[in-house]
Design a protein around this ligand. Structure first.
Ligand code: NAP
Length: 250
């Protein structure tokens, strides 16, 4: 009997690092569920990988909407029957503004996406992850540990996400769930286009040619999901760590 493939749900996979992760996990043999607000872009990514739709499917979910996340989670589990890896890659950099100038509603909305959104997806699939002894990868950032001018909402959200990662590892480790905070480096995506346009801090002044391609963090996440890095559960893991790069074969 052929073994059914492991299943990954990549949240925030319409473009950028999430879309590259979809390709890397597909190539590694996973069945891939991908979601974002722009479901048409997710469908294009899915069709580019697996036109048959047998092993890659697209779903719409705004992570700031708990009901939408719950219904996408139900659809993923109904379609694939299990979940082995959840990747929380959805994120926004806006509002880019110094503390006093950031509109309060925009500030709170960023936290709803970057932090509460990850809570929502984990909560929605927790029984499935317990059943599979699965893994959660929360896509973090150096901003989780260092304040940067104009990014107070982003930094606070990623710092909170790091604590969410530790909390999941603490509470669900006995159930066999591993949780990782993953810092992907400075990556050439649309988010970095907005960052460069702002000119607000040192990251915004990096040259595009100095950014890493999204395929690099994508490959690292496949390694992280494989079980080979399980000793790192609960930690913030930086793709630029030389020792870890060697372990991951980068
Ligand atoms: P990106 O190209 O802007 O992609 C962001 C992804 O998040 C898109 O798929 C977007 O899809 C999705 N998303 C945003 N808001 C969402 C919402 N409310 N609900 C569902 N999906 C949502 O950015 P990226 O660089 O690939 O970033 C991916 C992750 O890496 C983010 O968490 C980011 O903070 C993190 N990160 C990036 C860098 C970097 O240098 N690029 C560095 C450190 C960390 P829709 O707009 O269609 O919803």
């Amino acid at each position: 009997m052929t073994k059914s493939p492991s299943v990954v749900w990549i949240v925030g996979a319409s473009r950028g690092i999430g879309a590259a992760a979809a390709a890397a996990f597909f190539e590694a043999g996973y069945a891939v569920a991908l979601s974002a607000r722009s479901v048409d872009a997710c469908r294009s990514v899915a069709a580019g990988l697996d036109p048959s739709g047998a092993r890659v499917r697209a779903y719409r979910a705004d992570v700031a909407d708990f009901a939408e996340v719950a219904s996408a989670a139900s659809a993923v589990l109904a379609d694939f029957g299990r979940l082995d890896v959840l990747i929380n890659c959805a994120g926004v950099i806006e509002p880019i503004a110094r503390f006093g100038a950031a509109p309060p509603d925009d500030w709170a909305r960023a936290l709803n996406i970057n932090l509460a959104g990850a809570y929502a997806t984990i909560h929605a699939v927790l029984p499935a992850l317990r059943a599979s002894h699965g893994a959660v990868i929360n896509v973090s950032s150096g901003a989780a540990g260092n304040p940067l001018e104009g990014w107070s909402a982003y930094c606070a959200g990623k710092a909170g996400l790091a604590m969410l990662t530790r909390s999941i590892a603490l509470e669900e480790g006995e159930a066999g769930i591993r949780a990782f905070g993953f810092r992907p480096g400075v990556v050439d995506t649309e988010m970095q286009v907005s960052i460069r346009a702002s000119g607000i801090n040192r990251v915004s002044r990096l040259r595009r040619e100095d950014l890493a391609p999204p395929e690099e963090p994508a490959r690292f996440m496949v390694w992280l999901a494989s079980g080979a890095g399980d000793d790192l559960s609960g930690e913030e893991i930086d793709v630029r760590d030389p020792e870890l790069r060697q372990r991951a074969g980068l």
